[in-house]
Design a protein around this ligand. Sequence first.
Ligand code: AMP
Length: 435
Amino acid sequence: MGARPFMKVLIVGGGGREHALAWKCAESPRVDRVYVAPGNAGTALENKTSNVPVAAHDIDALLAFAKSEDIALTIVGPEGPLVAGIVDRFAAAGLSCLGPTKAAARLEGSKAYAKEFLERHRIPTAGYSTFTRESFDPGALLAQRLPLVVKADGLAAGKGVAICASHADAIAAATGMLEGKFGAAGNTIVVEEFLSGEEVSFIALAHDQQVLPLATSQDHKRRDDGDRGPNTGGMGAYSPAPIVTPEVHGRIMREVIEPTLRGLRLDGNPYTGFLYAGLMLAPDGTPNVLEFNCRLGDPETQSIMMRLTSDLPGLCAAAIAGRLQGATAAWDSRAALGVVMAAGGYPESFRKGEPISGLEAAATMPGKVFHSGTRMDGGRIVTDGGRVLCAVGLGATVSAAQGQAYDLVRRIHWNLVQYRRDIGYRAIARECLQT
Ligand code: AMP
């Protein structure tokens, strides 16, 4: 990486993804300080790491901090600041900030734009229509096959998607969004056909046409065991995803990642940063794009970072500088599996401020507990969000990693904690078939 032997890194965000990024950056011998804005109780306790009391969306304050502290590399965790143009602002000030420009981040910021982009560049995705309040025609929905998927166009914290089993439900969901249920994010809606298959996350680090795929991963979005119950930000994940065989990997690169990066360049918006494609693998293996994210996923990042053995700041700096050609990332050959521990009631209403016990005992055990919604309260660590912790285990198999993760989970407790008991079950079933 550049000429600076010891550098300061700034991580923007305060969740489990950012804890994992900060922890991995702090491991780098070339990094002497990691700042996390705003961070959480977990990042506050990490080696070489400090929290900065600045919100992830406060781009002015982040920029002022990065200038005053001579930050050599900023890595942005959440989509909000990227869609708002943080990378453009940092670049204009001559600062290195990893992520797409505001124009390229529209791939996540607007689902209607992403669908139009996918269609125009012939990248596989579900058939769709878009509507505004003025153009909405309930009759057009009645003609569509069920189930129907109704999505708010803009950022809605993962909540703006309704899978509707009846036309009445679809019309109600569409009307709710158009009438402001998700604020301006629902001024435009996308109605698309339901795709069946198995979902996978595919994440690559990119600089224009240069691309370095990360280790594969898969997450569990539903709250309850057996992938039932309401959609959440993610209740657990593992890496690698056995469903992504070398053949599937090749198809995703050729049919999704490469044409997407090519399309962005053709459109005049070359992409730099982590590109996350949420895919539904059809029974015939077609990788249909459900969504793009312009950043890493949470909780996939926690499992992916547990396996990364290369220097993370070095890879990020190579992406910003356009030196990814020929770059490789090394991965621990073991599987990693993370179980999210959430507050009772999540993803609806939940309590904050519950004291968490068992973290010190867990810190002496194999594996790693990443914090999401936690804060220090006096000398104690208390809950401060819906998703509170992610306990990650490593093992020779997904099954062994799962055992290690749940050993950690069983050590930790707070009032009304909830978590799934079956994270990784599909991968473990595949492992059983192979042995
Ligand atoms: P999105 O934010 O667009 O990824 O949607 C959130 C979740 O809704 C996805 O992770 C899928 O589980 C589900 N979903 C979205 N679009 C579709 C679709 N066209 N068919 C089936 N499930 C979908």
